[in-house]
Design a protein around this ligand. Sequence first.
Ligand SMILES: Nc1ncnc2c1ncn2[C@@H]1O[C@H](COP(=O)(O)OP(=O)(O)O)[C@@H](O)[C@H]1O
Ligand SMILES: [Mg+2]
Length: 276
Amino acid sequence: MSAGQPQASHDGTAAAAAVRVAEVGKVFPTKSGEVVALTGVDLEVAAGEFVSLIGPSGCGKSTLLRLIADLDEASSGALEIFGKPARRARLDQDYGIAFQQAGLLPWRTVAANISLPLELNGIGKTARAARVAELAELVGLTEFIGHYPDQLSGGMQQRVAIARALATSPRLLLMDEPFGALDEMTREHLQSELSRIAAETGAAVVFVTHSIPEAVFLSDRVVVMSPRPGRITEVIETALGASRGEELREAPEYYERVTAVREALHGTRLERANER
Ligand SMILES: Nc1ncnc2c1ncn2[C@@H]1O[C@H](COP(=O)(O)OP(=O)(O)O)[C@@H](O)[C@H]1O
Ligand SMILES: [Mg+2]
């Protein structure tokens, strides 16, 4: 391979973008007519990049994430995950998913919940136990490994969900408002944890949120969306560096980016005010 050429891994996909969305549209037929959930969506997420999708309810954030995850199909346009069709990427388990509801199995311990994707992959018992221990440590739950979900706080349940999503070491994490149901303190704490975990694992993340500070704190880029029809209206580069310590929350450049995202969302808010 000559110099300057992208390095290909054994499966030839290392150099591919984590996510490539080109001219994607999604229309839902409903009884009262068609809902254009997404139109003309172009988005590329680099390997290892953290990108948030933000915008008012109904702007198509979840729909876009579901298309990337192959949980639904685009009406038009093309999607690629690590250079593969979304379906292939799903079958290859190229990504982990975490939603607002942790979705843990109540009859399984923390360890057994985290272990589930490994079991489904036929990983042997010894290797599973070692990986579960590593993941529990990563999300700070080592002491709770034998607990059941109903013995955990909401924040701890979300940690389990994140550990489970990371179990097979995916290069991409898809998260839809994973901290949406948590109190503000827990939320900030988990944001810091997620930032560290994303950096440590090198996984790319596509993260849906309603929260401007959350999007800015976590992301390399914040994608601002607008409804009716759902589309991307602006993309803001945060350029806040790799280290996302608590001190960042009080830094002037952090406030500047928060303001920039708020202003980008502002057009949307005015439109909504005018509709009333
Ligand atoms: N399965 C569906 N059937 C019909 N309409 C849908 C469906 N899923 C989403 N929508 C519509 O698509 C638009 C975008 O929804 P969604 O992606 O959930 O927005 P967000 O996550 O940004 O709040 C909304 O108008 C929503 O009502
Ligand atoms: Mg949603």
